[in-house]
Design a protein around this ligand. Structure first.
Ligand SMILES: [Fe+2]
Ligand SMILES: [Fe+2]
Length: 141
């Protein structure tokens, strides 16, 4: 029997749920895109592949942030300013990381992926989880 070993940098578990199905689905997809990037940069993927994976991640992340923020705006989420700032900063971080992933040493590459993984974990658990009641009260599914 052949066992295929799949490298992952981050994996979903129920502790990440925000109890809103559409948002959980988007967070899972963001994790998948980070794992794609991790695999490609570890497999010695060329710059074109790495750039492609990074741009998919950054594009999808932008869409996800816009999705969350659309409800913040529509229903007047009280912590919108701080949450939006976190989102903007992370998009900046992804842009910064692009250079390190393309030109950096092995260690820098690992470190860059770790930065993204930690950010996403922390953001879901400490920021996104704050809006659970707000989203549920407004019937967001
Ligand atoms: Fe989120
Ligand atoms: Fe968020």
């Amino acid at each position: 029997m052949r066992v295929k070993y799949v490298m992952v940098a981050i994996s979903w578990d129920d502790s990440y749920t925000v109890h809103v199905e559409s948002i959980d689905r988007q967070h899972k997809k963001m994790m998948r895109l980070i794992n794609d990037l991790y695999r490609i940069s570890n497999d010695g993927g060329d710059d074109v592949q790495v750039e492609k994976a990074l741009s998919s991640l950054s594009q999808y992340t932008k869409e996800h942030f816009e999705y969350e923020e659309s409800f913040f705006e529509k229903y007047h989420y009280p912590f919108i300013k701080n949450h939006q700032k976190e989102h903007t900063n992370f998009l900046g971080t992804i842009a910064q990381i692009t250079g390190e992933l393309l030109n950096g040493q092995e260690n820098d590459k690992k470190e860059s992926i770790n930065v993204m993984v930690s950010w996403l974990k922390n953001h879901i658990v400490s920021e996104d989880k704050q809006y659970v009641c707000f989203m549920l009260e407004h019937g967001v599914k």
